[in-house]
Design a binder for this molecule. Structure first.
Ligand SMILES: [Zn+2]
Ligand SMILES: [Zn+2]
Length: 484
């Protein structure tokens, strides 16, 4: 779904869309590219008017860029006009988690729990905060059924909505209906209210209503919630306008130092995933998901091997089975943390039930609860790989900002991958042979970032688009050399 500016209040809407004699300028934030969230785009008149300018933001899909995913639904067999025939000037922004600015609005993006990469958005401006979290499913199955504490990724989700003036949240099911819908990517309303109360949200708009629930049924549901919940809640409907109280004196824009507007695919070029799975069926399911993503997997091996692998290959993720006494993923995770305490390797535990407390003590990052679909496993894997990639870019950013100003000389040849180059270069920054200009690290992410810095300011759309072009060219070069 496109964030409907009307839902967020007139003042916020005016900040996202403006109009002058040259045309209309606007920004559209898309949570993900499932059809129910993008099918309005081909019928959105302002995209067809010459002179209009639009920026469309959304997460990169499993394989396609945002532009490709949107264009796909407008291929000639589905629609008479292609996306590129739209009259307006449209810029596309492939997002990962992080923060960026649209005018004086601070936008933070965070991955939701859904069977395709999906972002929730937190918009802050003039002291008002709007959070949009659709589509999203509880991470913890116990919590979704009304038991257990808010921990782990659910706690992170609650923190993302902390203190919001308005939370627009997926609430497709009730707790009673949910057990039949596990893995479909949507929330029971009781879970939403529990997290909203924990996060001290001021108002909640329930949305993504189940298509089988008619208006009367939705009204009955809201009425029953109001009898038992202290949260101010209403059901969103088309055309509804919610006014947010702006407090301009608190409106200073926080600095935007985190990575969000960045083509994701280039950061996933060759991630290594460590696997510790004993069960053949589980291993096959996880390996299938990894293969579908063209991701290289290595067996975990001994702890010594893990330590060496972490130092040598910088794995991006470990996936461990927890099925004691056959294999104790939580203990393995604890051992990994002991071996490499400074390496923030994400650890995803595969199990048929969660143990959030023991997992949190051992440093488990997330759980993949069986049974799971291939789409669900792929999205979990992607989410954590993108988070790792984002971290490496962010640390490269900070390292560069702390470095005394010195002209950069980028090894351009390394960008023309051709199936070699970057991998064989040294891993750390070195002095060039002439001892003057620093030669940049071979680490692909850092290299791309630094190259991007030569093109445009870091947090601008130009930066994102240009780096995207470079990655596309490099990938093409790599592919053509492989098949030569
Ligand atoms: Zn969806
Ligand atoms: Zn949806």
């Amino acid at each position: 779904m496109v964030i409907d500016c009307g839902t967020g209040g007139h003042a916020l809407a005016r900040k996202l869309i403006s109009c002058d004699d040259k045309g209309r300028r606007g920004n559209i934030l898309i949570s993900h590219t499932h059809w129910d969230h993008i099918q309005g785009i081909p019928f959105f008149d302002p995209l067809f008017a010459c002179g209009n300018e639009w920026d469309i933001y959304g997460p990169r899909g499993l394989r396609e860029s945002l532009h490709e995913a949107l264009a796909g639904q407008m291929q000639y067999m589905y629609f008479p006009v292609s996306l590129d025939q739209c009259g307006a000037n449209i810029r596309y922004h492939d997002l990962v988690e992080g923060s960026f600015a649209i005018g004086d609005i601070r936008v933070s993006a965070r991955y939701s729990n859904h069977p395709v990469l999906t972002l929730g958005y937190r918009l802050q401006v003039d002291g008002a905060t709007l959070v949009y979290a659709c589509d999203h499913e509880p991470h913890s199955r116990m919590l979704s059924l009304g038991d257990g504490k808010i921990t782990g990724e659910d706690l992170r989700h609650a923190e993302f909505m902390e203190g919001a003036d308005l939370l627009i949240h997926d609430a497709q099911y009730t707790a009673e209906e949910y057990p039949e819908k596990i893995g479909w990517g949507h929330s029971p309303v009781e879970y939403v209210l529990k997290l909203a109360a924990h996060a001290r949200v001021k108002r909640v708009a329930l949305t993504h209503h189940d298509p089988r629930r008619d208006d009367d049924a939705i009204e009955r549901l809201v009425a029953s919630i109001r009898q038992t919940s202290s949260v101010d809640v209403f059901a969103a409907f088309e055309g509804h306008v919610a006014e947010l109280k702006m407090r301009p004196e608190r409106g200073a824009l926080p600095s935007s130092g985190e990575v969000a507007d960045m083509p994701a695919e280039g950061k996933l070029a060759e991630p290594v995933v460590l696997l510790g799975i004993a069960q053949t069926r589980t291993s096959a399911a996880v390996c299938e998901a990894l293969q579908a993503e063209s991701i290289c997997a290595r067996s975990l091996g001994s702890m010594d091997a893990v330590r060496i692998s972490i130092a040598k290959n910088g794995p991006a993720l470990a996936i461990l089975e927890h099925n004691p006494p056959r294999i104790d993923g939580i203990e393995l995770c604890r051992a990994i943390r002991r071996q490499a305490p400074e390496h923030q390797l994400p650890v995803l535990i595969v199990a048929d039930r969660e143990d959030q407390d023991a997992g949190a003590m051992a440093g488990v990052s997330d759980w993949l609860i069986e049974p799971f679909t291939a789409a669900y496993a792929r999205t979990k894997i992607r989410t954590w790989l993108l988070r790792t990639a984002r971290k490496s870019i962010k640390s490269a950013t900070h390292a560069e900002e702390e470095r005394p100003s010195h002209p950069l000389r980028v090894v351009h040849a390394a960008l023309c991958l051709g199936g070699h180059g970057i991998k064989n270069l040294p891993r750390v920054s070195q002095r060039a042979a002439d001892g003057n200009d620093p030669v940049i690290s071979s680490e692909k992410a850092a290299l791309l970032w630094m190259y991007g810095r030569q093109i445009a300011a870091f947090d601008t759309p130009t930066f994102s688009n240009k780096v995207g072009e470079i990655i596309a060219q490099a990938s093409k070069a790599q592919t053509s050399s492989r098949y030569r």
